[in-house]
Design a protein around this ligand. Structure first.
Ligand SMILES: Nc1ncnc2c1ncn2[C@@H]1O[C@H](COP(=O)(O)OP(=O)(O)OP(=O)(O)O)[C@@H](O)[C@H]1O
Length: 340
């Protein structure tokens, strides 16, 4: 659906060159919610502007639905951009137009007949939950309502791709969740491909299928959300994972606890179906050993739960090997973090 091949963007003001996006290659599948996370200055905004053709890459190509956006010009680029919509952090509404008029605007520009516009606006108002607010002015709306208008407006021309640029960063946590639920609902109902950029891991955890982590213009880590949460490889990814409250630093397992105990401490990491199994109970019954739970945490993502449990047990070498084999068999990652 979306293919970025070796994309680089260098800004050169004559004195110094700055590489904002550095050799990025990504593929986003049709119907996916794809997150791009990074701190300020990582290159996310530049990357999203390359996706909708607002910036031309210095090197590489951007292809959306088989069309090469990076080399499209004039009318071809204009037509392609009609199918790539954007939702902004600060809503970017027209303040002198009502809710309905804001939503209608891009259809008027595209020359859609009036009766069709009226029907589509009513449909979109319903979809984003703004019934009764059709004639309100943007200044009369809450932040969440403004973003609902922004989303309705972005959907007006039935886009193939919805780009969200920090769409919830100006909202409070409760409103953020409502807007994320709306985006997730739209994605499911219309199989609309969504690419969102954010600096909040909560957004990724709540609605993304896959995620790319950006640092200094590069994608340093990429994968499905559950794998990234359970096996973050890069220090920056670990920092983002810790951002999510359940994984906050103060709730991390205290390694001193393991050092003081005789025997073995195993960290179990489970995802998906394995979170529903009474694993510790099963192991206790099978081996007749008392497992002591030292620490545990669970996190919900768009693809189900994942969790980690730290257990302490005194077992023979043979029992321990069997326990680890059993865990592997049940799709649970068992890591001995202290032995003997
Ligand atoms: N038009 C431009 N001219 C020169 N430098 C630019 C331009 N646009 C972005 N940059 C630089 O490119 C780098 C990446 O910026 P970008 O806005 O893409 O990052 P970001 O991850 O979106 O951060 P933020 O969330 O703060 O916008 C920054 O160092 C920025 O100063």
């Amino acid at each position: 659906m979306i293919e970025l091949r070796n994309i680089s963007k260098v800004f050169d003001n004559g004195k110094a060159a700055l590489t904002a996006v550095d050799n990025v290659s990504l593929t986003v599948e049709q119907g996916e919610i794809y997150g791009i996370i990074g701190y300020s200055g990582a290159g996310k905004s530049t990357l999203i502007r390359l996706l909708n053709g607002l910036e031309k890459p210095t090197a590489g190509s951007v292809t959306i639905n088989g069309q090469t956006i990076s080399s499209a010009k004039g009318e071809a680029l204009r037509q392609a951009r009609l199918k790539i919509s954007m939702v902004f952090q600060h809503f970017n509404l027209l303040w002198s137009r009502t809710v309905s008029e804001n939503i209608a605007f891009s259809m008027q520009i595209a020359g859609v007949p009036k009766t069709q516009i009226k029907r589509r606006v009513a449909e979109l108002i319903e979809l984003v939950g703004l019934k009764g607010r059709e004639n309100a002015w943007p200044s009369q709306l809450s932040g969440g309502q403004k973003q609902r208008v922004g989303i309705a407006r972005a959907l007006a021309n039935n886009p193939d791709v919805l780009l969200c640029d920090e769409a919830t960063s100006a909202l409070d946590p409760q409103t953020t969740d409502q807007i994320l639920d709306l985006l997730s609902d739209i994605n499911r109902r219309f199989r609309l491909t969504i690419v969102l950029i954010t600096h909040e891991m909560h957004v990724v955890r709540k609605i993304c299928d896959r995620v790319a982590v950006m640092e200094n213009g590069k994608v340093v880590e990429e994968g499905d959300v559950l794998s990234l949460f359970t096996h973050p490889q890069q220090p920056i990814t670990r920092q983002f994972v810790r951002q999510v409250s359940q994984y906050a630093e103060e709730e991390a397992f205290n390694p001193d606890l393991a050092r003081e105990l005789p025997g073995t401490v195993i960290r179990l990491t489970f995802t998906g179906q394995s979170t529903h199994r009474p694993v510790v109970g099963e192991l206790t019954l099978r081996y007749g050993l008392p497992f002591n739970i030292l620490h545990g945490k669970m996190t919900q993502t768009a693809h189900g739960l994942f969790g980690q449990l730290w257990v302490h047990v005194t077992a023979t070498e043979e029992q321990l090997n069997n326990i680890l084999a059993d865990l592997q068999h049940s799709d649970i990652d068992g890591e001995v973090i202290k032995h003997g």
